[in-house]
Design a protein around this ligand. Structure first.
Ligand SMILES: [Zn+2]
Length: 182
């Protein structure tokens, strides 16, 4: 299982420099309380190493069905996506400010196509496990799970850092929000 995070305006890239979102459609509130625009594939990042504007490209292994899709902007950028600039080794975008929006990849890379087909019929029984950077579970964290703007589950993580199980017919767009309101 891998957890990916949304990339937003101002997030750093691994070569130095930052993501710049010039067209804002959606916003995520950061740990500092500031709302920042969600970055999409094709958005720009300034690379300090080669001093050029790079373009965010899909490099992360997160499948498209876990990315938010906007009718004009396409798929959102997520942690570990790449930046095509003039650098020899491709820098990656680093999720700092958009970490409230997580995507959990439970699919095996080799079976993504099969999974995508199955997604349309299966009832999903999903839960999230919250862990810190060292993989230590985080109990007692308030969370909400939503599909689009509909909240489908909320509560507090248990001793193992687990959310409740969520039964849904649409596992493609489960979005986990941490903290915030009740
Ligand atoms: Zn560069």
């Amino acid at each position: 299982m891998t957890i990916y995070f949304a990339i937003v305006d101002g997030d750093p890239i691994s070569s130095g420099g930052h993501v710049h979102v010039f067209e804002s459609n959606e916003w995520i509130e950061g740990p500092d309380g500031r709302r920042r625009a969600v970055a999409y594939l094709g958005d720009k990042a300034w690379c300090e190493a080669c001093q050029t504007w790079g373009i965010i490209v899909p490099l992360s292994r997160v499948p498209n069905h876990l990315r938010t899709h906007h009718h004009k902007r396409g798929y959102q950028a997520v942690s570990d996506d790449g930046v095509v600039c003039k650098c020899e080794s491709m820098p990656q975008v680093l999720a700092v400010y958009g970490r409230r929006e997580q995507m959990r990849d439970t699919t095996d890379a080799t079976s993504v196509a099969n999974q995508a087909q199955a997604l349309s019929r299966d009832i999903y029984d999903e839960r999230f496990i919250l862990a810190d950077h060292d993989g230590k579970p985080l109990p007692g964290i308030r969370y909400r799970v939503r599909i689009g703007s509909n909240v489908v589950a909320s509560g507090v993580t248990d001793a193992g850092g687990c959310t409740h199980r969520i039964n849904t017919e649409d596992a493609r767009r489960l979005i986990l929000e941490i903290g915030g309101g009740t």
